[in-house]
Design a protein around this ligand. Structure first.
Ligand SMILES: O=C(O)CCC(=O)C(=O)O
Ligand SMILES: [Fe+2]
Length: 319
């Protein structure tokens, strides 16, 4: 993963007080905590992104998911458990609070989440809470706008990897079945005496993740190449920035590029400083290659061909 931020706001300086997308009613990220350096697009790319992508709509819709989160989780865990995906043989819908182990000591996670896909509104034997149906237009529109941003990112990567035109984009068509999904995570404040990992260390599955969050807590483990000689990589916070999303490369991009692109290790801990007393929501778009795509080195394009060949297992995107 390269951790990048992409500005989608209309102003050159999205951090000004006039920015309508600054985080309402939340304490600021502490100024004395070191954060990971992030790459931002050049001003030219920033303007191009805004023009081509309806960036304002994407931001507005992401904000609406931050309003949907509390409405969904106000249904309470007992009710949401009816939609638990572990009983459904899929990753769509609800993951209950504390259902996953986060570390080698067997500690459990400190979050619950709900996954939504395009197929959320297709006829299936499984229903959703009414609040999801009430937001069907938002969910469909957010998938469309997020996918447009992912396509723009893939097209930049395609160019810089010297791949034949549209190679990456063709593996990620919105019109073909894939595991693309929206996720809304809720992590309530942790007890003062027991603040710990809320989501265990991992790399993202899939190709590109777009992540909006407002409170700190996300940490990355920098790769050795970005760590001082004779030092161990240290968990480092990623600071949420208004009107920006964080872009992760997932494991499929590592496969497609034979390791030219990396998927970085990250985790979520209790938010720092005063932020720890607030409920943390995050809003995601996980993009994955179309179901039938075999996850292996693309093998065309001199940048990838120069990468070392490794053993490749054959697995398709759906699995
Ligand atoms: O909540 C966050 O900031 C990150 C969560 C995450 O990494 C994930 O769900 O894959
Ligand atoms: Fe992640």
């Amino acid at each position: 993963m390269a951790t990048q931020t992409l500005a989608t706001a209309s102003t050159a300086s999205p951090l000004t007080a006039a920015d309508p997308h600054r985080f309402p009613d939340l304490p600021a990220f502490p100024t004395d905590i070191q954060t990971a350096p992030l790459h931002r697009p050049t001003y030219r790319n920033f303007v191009a992104l805004r023009k081509s992508l309806k960036g304002e709509q994407l931001l507005n819709e992401a904000n609406q998911f931050f309003d949907l989160g509390p409405k969904l989780y106000d249904l309470r865990r007992e009710e949401l458990q009816k939609y638990d995906y572990k009983n459904r043989g899929s990753y769509i819908e609800y993951k209950g609070f504390g259902n996953a182990v986060v570390d080698e000591h067997g500690n459990l996670d400190w979050n619950e989440f709900y996954n939504m896909t395009f197929s959320t509104f297709h006829p299936t034997p499984f229903s959703h809470p009414q609040v999801i149906y009430d937001h069907d237009e938002l969910i469909k529109s957010y998938i469309k706008h997020s996918h447009a941003l992912v396509t723009t990112i893939l097209s930049h990567l395609n160019t810089h990897l010297h791949l034949p035109p549209n190679t990456l984009q063709k593996l990620h068509r919105l019109t073909s079945p894939s595991g693309d999904q929206i996720r809304v995570i809720k992590s309530p404040p942790q007890p003062v005496s027991d603040r710990r990992t809320a989501l265990g260390k991992h790399t993202d599955f899939g190709s590109i993740t777009l992540l909006f969050n407002r409170l700190g807590g996300l940490q990355i483990l920098p790769p050795p190449s970005l760590t001082l000689e004779d030092h161990k990589p240290q968990w480092t916070y990623v600071k949420p920035i208004p009107s920006h999303c964080i872009v992760n490369h997932g494991d499929s991009m590592v496969k497609f590029t034979r390791g030219v692109l990396r998927s970085n290790i990250h985790r979520v801990v209790s938010p720092p400083g005063e932020q720890a007393c607030h409920t943390r929501y995050s809003v995601f778009y996980f993009s994955r290659a179309n179901d039938e795509v075999i996850l292996k080195g693309l093998g065309r394009g001199d940048v990838i061909l120069r990468a070392k060949d490794g053993e490749e297992e054959s697995i398709n995107s759906k699995d």
